[in-house]
Ligand binder design. Structure first.
Ligand SMILES: [Fe+2]
Length: 326
């Protein structure tokens, strides 16, 4: 929906410095258009966040008073409702402390942040510490967001499976690949894509991926392949044997995801990593992890800013993490 085509001038309109008419969009317009585009109301409950958000907040009930009632049912959409006029939209993968600090200090009343995860996730560093998993948002920062009348909007599964703008489609676009099919049913769609790509070796593909995601190193397992023509993609947590097995069955020679192993400081993490390492020794394909957060930030840097700029003419500030492997 194009904001400029669909909204007539009303109070709040102003002239910009080039004397063309522009308008400050309201929160309800932006939220309405995002909900419609991502079909947020068609998903009763986010399959992942409906479990992880209550788990992360099990020590406190405070979040239930701060988050919007519809978010508490659906775990997608407007999470914190601020003032009505939005001048700048920020984007990020997760609400880590550094991200919210930047959002709070760089924003004005009414500004809006578009997140993929409604809570932070530490998924561990293959060359460093194990991750603590899902964490609650720092309560003091949440209070500052409320005091400054800022808004938080989070779109999880619908941003993974939307057929135009998605975490996976942003990766396909950056690699100049072509979508062949979908796999991995998730919510009202699919969380995995199979795509064809111009022939490339594992080494060259890794060089490209490091550049695309701005990461210092990747996590790698499996085999080096001289000529990759088909890839499987699962943005985020693709650390399940069956996901890369499905990609392999569909002809992929490389599997690209956020996490190929589960570097978590938990019993589940230890069990799953043992299973994945055993499998990786036998698999005849390249398994490449680019970090959970970076794999889900690309859409926030490319497709989402384009969508918001075209529809609302709003300035967009993507907030990248200092470190992706955390
Ligand atoms: Fe994720």
């Amino acid at each position: 929906m194009n904001y400029f085509k669909h909204h007539r001038l009303t109070h709040g309109d102003k002239m910009d410095s080039n004397y063309s008419i522009c308008k400050i969009p309201t929160l309800s317009q932006v939220v309405g258009d995002l909900d419609t585009f991502f079909k947020v109301k068609e998903l009763e409950k986010d399959p992942a966040m409906s479990r992880f958000v209550p788990m992360a907040y099990k020590q406190t009930r405070q979040w239930k008073k701060i988050f919007e009632p519809d978010f508490l049912k659906r775990f997608n959409g407007l999470m914190i409702k601020g003032a009505d006029e939005i001048r700048t939209v920020f984007t990020a993968s997760f609400p880590h402390i550094e991200i919210l600090q930047k959002f709070i200090s760089q924003s004005r009343e009414g500004d809006f942040i578009f997140l993929h995860h409604p809570i932070p996730l530490e998924c561990g560093d293959p060359e460093g510490n194990l991750g603590r998993g899902f964490l609650p948002i720092d309560l003091l920062l949440l209070q500052k967001v409320v005091e400054k009348r800022l808004s938080i909007y989070s779109c999880h599964a619908p941003l993974d499976y939307n057929k135009k703008i998605s975490t996976n489609r942003a990766i396909v676009e950056a690699l100049k690949a072509r979508i062949e099919s979908e796999f991995l049913p998730y919510g009202n769609g699919y969380a995995g894509l199979i795509a064809t790509i111009n022939p490339i070796s594992t080494d060259d593909l890794i060089v490209n991926l490091k550049k695309i995601f701005g990461i210092p190193y990747i996590d790698f397992a499996g085999k080096n392949v001289d000529r990759i023509t088909k890839i499987g993609i699962v943005a985020g947590g693709g650390d399940e044997v069956v996901y890369s097995q499905t990609a392999k069955e569909r002809g992929a020679q490389a599997y690209i995801t956020g996490e190929i192993f589960s570097h978590y400081d938990s019993d589940w993490g230890k069990q799953n990593i043992a299973k994945l390492k055993k499998y990786a020794k036998t698999v005849d394909m390249s398994l490449i992890g680019v970090s959970h957060a970076a794999s889900e930030f690309l859409v926030m840097k490319t497709q989402i800013p384009k969508f918001l700029k075209e529809n609302f003419g709003l300035p967009i500030i993507p907030l990248a993490q200092k470190k992706w492997w955390v």
